[in-house]
Design a protein around this ligand. Sequence first.
Ligand SMILES: CC(C)(COP(=O)(O)OP(=O)(O)OC[C@H]1O[C@@H](n2cnc3c(N)ncnc32)[C@H](O)[C@@H]1OP(=O)(O)O)[C@@H](O)C(=O)NCCC(=O)NCCS
Length: 148
Amino acid sequence: MCIVIRKAEVKDCPGIFDLITELAIHEKHQDQMKISLEKFREDGFGDDTKFQCFVAECEENGKCIHMEDIYVVPEYRSKGIGSKLIGSVCKVADLQNCGRVQFIVRDSNKSAMKFYKHQGAIDLTEVQEWHLFRLTSDAIEKVAAKYD
Ligand SMILES: CC(C)(COP(=O)(O)OP(=O)(O)OC[C@H]1O[C@@H](n2cnc3c(N)ncnc32)[C@H](O)[C@@H]1OP(=O)(O)O)[C@@H](O)C(=O)NCCC(=O)NCCS
């Protein structure tokens, strides 16, 4: 997780306003909170600014490694080789500051799924209902043509 502290911008107003409300509730003085979001925005970012504000933002690391085709021949399986292979990919991810290592698995390959889960991977289809979509040559051409 990467936290960045920066000066607040006008787009942050609704979020900051929610946080001020949360703080007021936490301190049990929400009845004293009279300011509206519009007034808050004007006071902070209008012509005559009355306050400055900083926010702490959590930057999701978007860099990702896509891993393809991990394979260990049957007679060498269960000897820790698969772990070492995926481990070396994760080492690169770590060094290159990638937030994700991801891969796709056929639904029928339950054995590989167990292996990945054993490594701590989460199944996004199971947990977040993601579906993998793909454009192939004809569709790529069609979509690309729209931007010619
Ligand atoms: C998946 C594959 C790469 C795993 O390689 P491997 O060398 O056998 O795995 P490892 O020996 O490093 O196993 C690491 C751990 O995962 C566990 N594990 C491996 N395969 C497992 C399985 N099918 N079910 C449950 N656990 C499994 C091991 O028990 C081991 O646990 P431990 O660290 O507590 O001892 C290998 O089985 C393979 O090549 N399978 C066929 C190809 C394939 O399906 N590739 C994936 C395509 S998406």
